[in-house]
Ligand binder design. Structure first.
Ligand code: FAD
Ligand code: NDP
Length: 317
């Protein structure tokens, strides 16, 4: 028999959808993935340290702890959770068909909450482990990590030439003594208004045609090595925080073109809802949101997807 609701994903969007649909007695089945997109079940928050902007935790909470709590709340309402990645869907007719590494089945409705993966630069010092500074100065989310005490009144750097990089560089000037903004070309992709704001900000030093070749330090990040791509010259800059803003990749490859996505692969939803191009399939969280990309907005849209799915099932009788 087809499941009423199958949820794909494991971040705040997926678990909020699970909690709501479970409490509505739809017995949701959630596929949390097994290192899907290279990220542990729990999603992007498993890759960060402190989360200070999720309401309800005035002292802050570690990303992995918050993910554990989302999961525990789903379990409290008897959500069936499979630690498997969904590899294929057939959305051509209802009930929809799904396949994971270990099983297949059918679903009346599907909630896509597979998130997105922030791109990271593969440069020496920016990885994880000894002598590397990922989450010890190197981050892919200035909005999330920028306000940490370690970055206050320190020189910081952002890499990227898009709107995210402009926004993050401007945001970081609230805390930093100075922000270097490195763009690999001699022009910026970002919208004019964002660029103007950056260029007018005395705390931001624009480094066009520059790339970062290494993150350096001892216990944490202290310096970056940058290369001028025009003359090939390298130098070191004092820098206590390095933020990648080089884009995200939505985890939509497995949809195989069956759902309408935009040019960058994000699922297109009807504004103000989680409705996708396929009736009965809903999308929540970062997989359909390239603007806000926060845990709380993902959770909020997970709630919307649950309610949209409930209404859909009710309308089908
Ligand atoms: P995600 O968290 O992206 O999780 C989706 C997960 O679903 C995937 O990671 C994977 O495990 C699973 N999955 C993917 N494909 C499949 C599949 N085919 N089958 C089964 N499972 C699958 N936001 C904040 O509000 N505050 C912060 O402090 C904060 N810090 C951050 C720090 C970092 C380093 C990063 C990268 C992001 C941070 N964010 C923060 C952003 C926040 O993590 C995201 O906005 C939020 O996690 C998005 O939630 P989501 O539910 O859409 O999915
Ligand atoms: P974009 O894809 O627009 O920009 C990514 C940037 O990163 C580009 O400048 C790109 O350089 C650079 N880049 C990519 N790979 C590398 C690399 N390996 N080394 C160095 N630089 C690299 O992503 P964004 O996240 O900035 O924006 C995504 C979407 O979200 C856009 O549509 C944007 O408009 C929107 N957005 C809107 C905001 C707003 O309106 N307030 C805020 C944030 C995002 P290059 O230009 O050379 O390709």
């Amino acid at each position: 028999m087809a499941e009423k609701v199958v949820i794909i994903g494991s971040g705040p969007a997926a678990h909020t959808a699970a909690i709501y649909t479970a409490r509505a007695e739809f017995k949701p089945v959630l596929f949390e993935g097994f290192m899907a997109g290279g990220i542990a079940a729990g999603g992007q928050l498993t890759t960060t340290t402190e989360v200070e902007n999720f309401p309800g935790f005035p002292e802050g909470i570690s990303g992995p702890d918050l993910c554990d709590r989302f999961r525990a709340q789903s379990q409290r309402f008897d959500v069936t959770i499979h630690t498997e990645t969904i590899t294929k869907l057939d959305l051509s007719s209802r009930p929809f068909k799904y396949w994971s590494d270990e099983r297949s089945g059918e679903a009346d409705t599907i909630i896509l909450a597979t998130g997105a993966t922030a791109k990271r630069l593969d440069i020496p010092g920016a990885g994880e482990g000894p002598g590397e500074f990922w989450q010890r100065g190197v981050s892919a989310c200035a909005v999330c990590d920028g306000a940490l005490p370690m970055f206050r009144n320190q020189p910081l750097a952002v890499i990227g030439g898009g709107d995210s990089a402009m926004e993050e560089a401007s945001f970081l000037t609230k805390f930093a003594s100075k922000v270097y903004l490195l763009a690999r070309r001699d022009e910026l992709r970002a919208s004019k208004i964002m660029v103007q704001r950056v260029l007018a900000n005395p705390k931001i030093e624009m480094l066009y045609s520059h790339e970062c070749t290494a993150a350096l330090g001892t216990d944490g990040l202290e310096r970056i090595r940058v290369k001028n791509l025009k003359d090939g010259k390298e130098r070191e800059l004092d820098c206590m925080g390095l933020f990648f803003a080089i884009g995200h990749v939505p985890n939509t490859g497995f949809l195989d073109g069956q759902i309408k996505t935009d040019a960058q692969g994000y699922v297109v939803t009807t504004p103000g809802s989680t409705v996708t191009s396929v009736p009965g399939v809903f999308a929540a969280g970062d997989v359909q949101d390239k603007k806000y990309r926060q845990a709380i907005t993902a959770a909020g849209s997970g709630c919307m997807a649950a309610i949209d799915a409930e209404h859909f099932i009710a309308a089908q009788g």
